[in-house]
Design a protein around this ligand. Sequence first.
Ligand code: PLP
Length: 329
Amino acid sequence: MIDVLAPFPRYPLGHLPTPLEPAPRLGEALGGPEIWIKRDDCTGLALGGNKTRKLEFLIGRALAEGHDTVVTFGAVQSNHARQTAAACARAGLRCELLLSRSVPRGDTLYETSGNVLLDGLLGARVRIVDGLDDTVKALEEIGPACVIPPGGSSATGALGYVAAGLELAAQIGRDPGLPDRVDRVVVATSTTGTAAGLVLGLAHAGVAATVEAICVYEPADVTAASLDALLEETAELIGVPVPAGGRQVRDDWFGPGYGVPTPEMAEAVRLFARTEGVLLDPVYSGKAAAGLAGLVRAGVIGADETAVFWHTGGSPGLFVYPEVVREPC
Ligand SMILES: Cc1ncc(COP(=O)(O)O)c(C=O)c1O
């Protein structure tokens, strides 16, 4: 297999490969397939999560281009912002975070705890921006910088998940403690870099699995269009074809909006915690887990299949949604 990632600068940040763990009690509770959890909540950078892999390539490029400052964007409780702050601290770069109020919450807990609390600890400068004019003004004030798009989802960022797809492929069948095949990969999807990279990485490695991209940010039509565009761009960057299939975008577990809790999400967060001792988050991995449970219960993921739940992290978000955590047993 050609090493399609070799030409790209990469700054090591993650504890990789992440574990691929069996989840037998979860599988039994769902009455369905063999389930494994890919623990990207354990990527090791400032409480982990999926952005670590993207940032290895994004920071690698920023350093290669000689930048001393990084700017990025996100919601007030952005995991991407927290991870970028940590990556910049590691790489000795100045980090500027432009955060927007994209979730219908304005309470003190939401605006001061969880990820945004850690951004400051990690040395980033946080600016809350309100609309395009505010953002333009902040960018002018900051001056020359490497601008990383929301979620780190440029083609360069998606390379992290091409690498992740190759990593999963190398784990399949490697020893008796690992699955001998994978039929589905279920993953939370917002800015689509994670799903795009996985689709390309798995296809390049010859793994015939379907990536079930569970929408948490925008409806399926909008998310699918973003995913297709990023697939094209990333495939072109690494010189591979875009596979015809290998993906399904679903918004059945999106609920009323980004960052708005749903009963299915809350149930899935508790199910993972109580069957496997695994902490999800209310905004991303919790909704993806609701998708996994829903697909199994609907028989879309068959009892004879092997499914990987790709845990993308985000657990600091639990602390700003206490109502999801506190429900009595
Ligand atoms: C915890 C978590 N899971 C999943 C995602 C979605 O990843 P992507 O933006 O690459 O679709 C994000 C970021 O947006 C995230 O913070």
